[in-house]
Structures are given as C-alpha cells and as structure tokens.
Design a protein around this ligand. Structure first.
Ligand code: AMP
Length: 182
C-alpha cells in the first residue's frame, strides 16, 4: 500500500522548508505545518493505518522527538503498545544504548531494556519524521534488535534520497518513506 499522487501532493504541500536552519546550508523540513493542517494530518495517519494494519506488528517504536507524535498516534489506531527511543539520559529505568556519528561528534540513543519484553520475538515498526544520514535510525534499529525484538520496517514521512541513509539502513531492515526528496 503506497500513497496516491493526490495524497502525496497534500502531504508535500503541507510541509514547510526552512532554509539555513539550524545552520547554514541545511534545508529543514518543518512538519509542524503538516500537524497543524487537519486534512494533511488525517491523510497521513489514515495512510499509515491502512499500510500497517496488514503487518502483524506488536509495537511501534518512535524516535525522539518527532517520531513520538506519529508513532504514538499510530500505535493507538492499531491497538498496539508504543515504545520511545530517546536521546541519552532521558529514560529513567535500565537502558541499552547505541552511539552513532554526527557530522561533528557523536550522539547516543537509548531504549528501556524491557520495552519489548511483553511479547516474545516482538515485531516492531520504527518511525521518525525524516531520514537524512540514517545514523539515528540505524542506531535505533540496532537497539530494537538487541532487545530480542525484530525491526520489520523503518518508516519515515520524508526520506532525503541524496544522502546514503536509506541505502545503508536497507541492509538491516525494510525502509519506507512516504515522500522522497531528491
Ligand atoms: P539522520 O540521523 O542524519 O538520519 O537525521 C535524522 C534525524 O535528524 C531525524 O530525527 C530528523 O528529525 C532530524 N533531521 C535531520 N535532517 C533534517 C532536516 N533537513 N529537516 C528536518 N529534520 C532533520
């Protein structure tokens, strides 16, 4: 199940480009304008529901922080539990963590060690708003798989295909991006 061209246009038109944010040379894809537009938000969530109701998923795991918005809403629509994958130092219980490289330096994401333990060999969908270099999503996928669960797909509203992120992540899991930016 993929987007119709009408649906894709509604979503594309609702996302705002902010040039040179947070630093010169970056075009920031602002999804607050999508969330603010009830038609576009509805198209998005309905599409995600229609696609993923067939996947026999056990959990939705959202990446800090915009992945929480779509992920938590989708989990509720599908009748599933939601797991936050957070930046280091935010989760209160025992965690496992994974470092990844940024342009300058490193960052780290964490998940609670028992987050997927309610269901054996849990099938997990990872979701975030955007994939760029893929560092965050790669680390998130590694974490999910380390807990004994399985990431069956990683879903992004926007995929920046001029970077290598999607290609690299595809070595670990299926990848779906609704809108591709070339
Ligand atoms: P990456 O690890 O390089 O794939 O970066 C993905 C994370 O950074 C996601 O959580 C995005 O929300 C954020 N991000 C990276 N680049 C952009 C961009 N151009 N516009 C909006 N968010 C971005």
């Amino acid at each position: 199940m993929t987007l119709s061209s009408t649906e894709r246009k509604i979503l594309e038109d609702s996302i705002r480009d902010i040039k040179d944010f947070p630093k010169p040379g970056i075009v920031f894809k602002d999804i607050t304008t999508l969330l603010n537009d009830k038609k576009a938000y509805g198209v998005l969530m309905n599409h995600l529901y229609q696609r993923y109701k067939e996947y026999d998923l056990d959990y939705i795991a959202g990446i800090d922080a915009r992945g929480f918005i779509f992920g938590a809403a989708l989990a509720q629509m599908l009748g599933l539990g939601f797991v936050p994958i957070r930046k280091k130092g935010k989760l209160p219980y025992t965690t496992i963590s994974e470092k990844y490289s940024l342009e300058y330096g490193i960052d780290e994401v964490e998940v609670h060690i028992d987050a997927f333990s309610g269901i054996e060999n849990a099938r997990v969908l990872i979701i975030d708003d955007l994939i760029a270099t893929g560092g965050t999503a790669n680390a998130a996928t590694t974490l999910v798989n380390q807990t004994g669960a399985k990431c069956v797909e990683a879903c992004f509203i926007i995929g920046l295909t001029f970077l290598e992120g999607i290609k690299t992540l595809e070595e670990k899991t299926d990848v779906y991006s609704l809108i591709e930016v070339h």
